[in-house]
Design a protein around this ligand. Structure first.
Ligand code: DAH
Length: 331
């Protein structure tokens, strides 16, 4: 009997079963417990012997149960540790490579080009006032660009800058010429269709020095070299235009990258793509910032337009839809 109990305990493989065995032997109604109850039926002269045997059995069963329990617990712990172990030497997939957004890439290329020519990169506030965004740029009160149709106004009369040109004003007010700067950043207009988003990026450029030596020729050369560095071997043309803050003003076109000037949808059958606006700084602007006897040129361009032309992205809105598949194409 005792041997078969001890054998059961020895063969037991789980803590649950081991507890079942303990209850079956030593529980309230256990086999061994019940045997103690039969003591009173044992003749007196055998009682001592009987009791000794029972106690011996009880202590060897208890000991066997305890031993087995700690054995099973040890196995269980070992299993748990093994299951939760991290093998730091194991090979795994390397992290996937990220990608720069095409706008960031294009912006960086433009910035790299001009910083290599010693232009300073200058930041300006996105929330501007009428003076910096309009008045000082020779945009009179009745100018249509001030219309609520185009500009986001705040209740206090401040506004979201509609171009990066106010950074020209801030720079001329805080630095003495010679100035050679670019101002990259976000601008805002109330516009939304295939070719317009309410927020987009521009890069402004300004070169100013004392005296009258800076002419349209300097501007033309600078723009020609820049555009060729960006778009490769293209034809460049200067088209007379108007901006309140420059006189004379021009828009720069490049020969269409998509049809070799045969005429296509992108260039609206003209063979030319407009890429930026520029001009010789209007003397009225110098007056507004208190500069005398200065000359200079300025330019402004849309980064999204550059990115779309450089990477052949047909729909401007896809640049802002945060679809990771767009980025994957730019790894
Ligand atoms: N500020 C103009 C715009 O938002 C772009 C521009 C044109 C900037 C000519 C200039 C410039 O500095 O000379 O459309």
């Amino acid at each position: 009997m005792i041997n078969s109990w001890l054998d059961d305990i020895k063969k037991c493989r789980s803590l649950q079963k081991l507890d079942d065995i303990r209850v079956a032997l030593l529980g309230k109604n256990g086999e061994l417990t019940n045997m103690f109850a039969t003591m009173k039926t044992v003749p007196n002269e055998e009682k001592k012997q009987f009791a000794m045997k029972l106690n011996e059995h009880k202590s060897s069963v208890t000991k066997a149960l305890e031993n087995k329990k700690s054995q099973l617990l040890a196995i269980q712990t070992k299993k748990k540790l093994k299951a939760s172990a991290i093998d730091v030497s194991r090979y795994t997939q390397p992290a996937t490579q990220g990608a720069m957004h095409p706008i960031t890439k294009t912006m960086n290329r433009i910035i790299d080009y001009f910083t290599a020519l010693n232009y300073e990169v200058i930041d300006g506030p996105l929330v501007e006032d009428d003076f910096h965004n309009f008045a000082a740029l020779n945009l009179p009160v009745y100018h249509p660009a001030r219309d609520m149709q185009d500009t986001f106004y705040f209740n206090d009369g401040k506004l979201l800058r509609t171009h990066t040109s106010p950074v020209q004003i801030r720079t001329m007010l805080s630095q003495k010429p010679p100035i050679r700067m670019i101002a990259p950043g976000k601008v805002f207009r109330r516009d939304f269709d295939i070719t317009h988003t309410p927020m987009f990026n521009q890069v402004e450029g300004l070169v100013v020095q004392h005296g009258q030596d800076i002419s349209f020729a300097n501007l033309k050369h600078t723009m020609q070299e820049f555009v060729k560095a960006m778009f490769g071997d293209v034809k460049v043309r200067f088209r007379p235009s108007f901006f309140p803050f420059t006189e004379p003003s021009a828009e720069v076109d490049i020969s269409c990258l998509f049809c070799q000037q045969k005429g296509c949808q992108v260039c609206s059958q003209t063979g030319w793509l407009e890429v930026l606006g520029c001009g010789v700084v209007d003397q009225n602007v110098f007056k507004e910032v208190g500069l005398e006897n200065c000359s200079g040129f300025a330019f402004g361009l849309g980064v999204e337009r550059f990115a779309m032309l450089l990477h052949q992205i047909p729909d401007l809105r896809s640049l802002f839809q945060t679809d990771v598949r767009l980025l994957r194409q730019f790894r």
